[in-house]
Design a protein around this ligand. Structure first.
Ligand code: SF4
Length: 545
């Protein structure tokens, strides 16, 4: 460790997990897993090290009976087909065939056992993939533009910048003990493909005339994050040249490490420090650490496409295309991932790309091969032409595997999407996100309609229920939508009645919207109280109470 952990000077301001981290760095658990726990088995793992498993990218899954979930970093969402095949093989060998795409472009496995982990680490390492620090109080998967390098709408290819930042932070013991999880986003796409405002640190496309020359670079936002107290990241008055991204990332992460709050775990994310300091003080501190930076230039974000790409689209390379597939609620199986790798090799450039909407892209397909590629059997379920609601439904893991979950989510989300596709005809796509608890891994707050799991008392006992929120969006620059979290309606809906209630709310939108008015614009125009009134009426009718 090449720094002094200055927070230890005030031990009374440290929560008890801080002492666990000080006693043994989270990264040290990786070696212990390989040398000790994988040999001695699940029962040999003490509680403190079980908490440190997160630094290996591994959590206990529900119920705590010896099975684990693992998250694998896919930085900026781009992997080779060799890597995809290695992931498919791990899933087949150890993960009961399940492969989940997460809302941070990572790949998630379930059902792993501790004795499998050394082999899995090795298989990942062989193809240049890592689960390390995909969880834990450290810099996690760096999200980015999944179209980097092929995108007609990017100012520059950010692949190498993401790689550089990843190389610096991954397994770097100077930054493996942060106050809490830490999420970075780097994208030069003008449609905010990497959901900038919900990250701790985000680089967004910008230009500035410097010394008479137009320079492409980035603007910077800090302090975004979801969970029970969601915050939108705040812009700093700086312009960052591409070669300065790493320096700024180090500066911001150093501020979080050294000045972030460590007293209460629920008040430790960077967002709380940014809210207290404000962007000006934060910028001053950053400049003190990294030196002078240019002030803001011109923001180049012009809209938000919510990381959706279904269909066939031309790339910036003439004659080449990418196909955006729908992965229903982000779940596929090992065979499907392998078959996608076959399609990417046979027709494309040998790359598979994951999106923050839990979907997959295959890139580099020549014009004259597109039709043939579309006939691949695997693209019949993972279709580029999905039904309307299925295409825009996102779900977190839920209580199938997650220990924090209050309710089941993925199956419910898929059933609701299917129901809506059968019962509601709309020419506008409405984004629906399900989460199983306030932690918001399914990014409920940015959805047109967000559903957060909870329980409701019935004569038959407690049953799954959901709170509904409407009108969320992220930002699209000066002329696009302004980022806004959705707002909760009062009135909890039983799980088995969610589909019907959403149908009614969507019909209210369909009947009263102006021509081509988006759901978000409609919510803004009619107001949340109008939706509340609708929900009250549905609940009063006794259909969902
Ligand atoms: Fe688990 Fe809650 Fe995250 Fe869903 S939102 S995966 S229930 S922690």
């Amino acid at each position: 460790m090449a720094y002094e952990p200055i927070w230890t000077k005030e031990p009374e301001k440290l929560n008890k997990f801080e002492f666990v981290k000080l006693e043994k760095d989270g990264l040290d658990v990786i070696r212990t897993i390989i040398e000790e726990y994988a040999v001695k088995g699940y029962d040999s793992i003490p509680a403190d090290d079980m908490d440190r498993f997160k630094w290996a990218g591994v959590y206990q899954q529900k119920p705590k009976d010896g099975h684990f979930m693992m998250r694998v970093r896919i930085n900026t969402g781009i992997m080779t087909t060799e890597q995809a095949r290695a992931l498919a093989e791990i899933s087949r060998l150890y993960g009961r065939d399940l492969v989940d795409v997460t809302t941070r472009q990572a790949i998630q496995f379930h059902w792993l056992r501790v004795e499998n982990l050394p082999d899995i680490f090795e298989r990942l390492d062989k193809v240049g993939l890592y689960s390390f620090e995909a969880c834990g109080d450290c810099p996690r998967t760096i999200v980015g533009n999944p179209l980097a390098g092929i995108d007609k709408d990017e100012l520059m290819d950010t692949t190498e910048i993401v790689e550089e930042v990843n190389r610096f932070f991954l397994l770097n013991r100077d930054f493996s003990n942060l106050p809490r999880k830490y999420k970075m986003s780097i994208s030069a796409n003008i449609y905010n493909n990497a959901q900038a405002e919900i990250n701790d640190l985000a680089f967004t496309p910008a230009v500035k005339v410097i010394d008479g020359k137009e320079t492409i670079g980035f603007h910077v936002m800090v302090g975004g994050g979801l969970s029970a107290k969601p915050h939108l990241a705040k812009p700093l008055d700086i312009f960052v040249r591409p070669e300065e991204v790493l320096k700024v990332a180090i500066g911001v992460t150093t501020i979080f490490r050294d000045y972030g709050y460590r007293e209460k775990r629920h008040h430790a994310r960077l967002k709380f420090l940014v809210a207290d300091w404000g962007p000006e003080k934060f910028k001053e501190k950053l400049i003190e650490l990294v030196g002078e930076l240019e002030s803001r230039g011109e923001d180049k974000t012009v809209g938000w496409q919510a990381a959706y790409f279904d269909g066939v689209h031309p790339q910036k390379q003439k004659g080449l295309n990418y196909i955006g597939l729908n992965v229903p609620v982000g779940r596929l199986n090992a065979d499907e991932l392998e078959q996608l790798a076959d399609v990417a090799d046979q027709y494309g450039e040998g790359k598979i790309r994951t999106t923050m909407s839990q979907n997959i892209l295959i890139s580099g397909i020549p014009d004259d091969k597109v039709e043939e590629a579309l006939q691949a059997p695997v693209l019949q379920r993972l279709t580029p032409f999905p039904k309307h609601f299925m295409s825009r439904t996102v779900s977190c893991t839920g209580n199938e595997f997650c220990n924090l979950a209050i309710v089941e989510t993925k199956r419910r989300a898929a059933e609701v999407a299917e129901y809506l596709d059968e019962h509601v005809e709309l020419d506008e796509k409405v984004r629906i996100h399900f989460i199983g608890c306030p932690n918001a891994c399914g990014q409920k707050h940015i959805a047109d309609i967000g559903l957060q799991g909870s329980l409701i008392k019935t004569p038959e006992g407690m049953v799954d229920a959901f709170d509904i929120a409407v009108g969320g969006t992220l930002g699209g620059g000066a002329n696009g939508p302004q980022a806004q979290f959705n707002q909760a309606l009062k009135g909890r809906v039983k799980g088995d009645q969610v589909a019907y209630v959403l149908e009614q709310l969507l019909l209210f939108y369909k009947t009263n919207r102006n021509a081509s008015e988006s759901f978000h614009d409609f919510v803004r125009r009619v107001g949340v109280p109008a939706f509340q009134e609708q929900l009250n009426q549905i609940l009063a009718a006794g259909i969902a109470s």
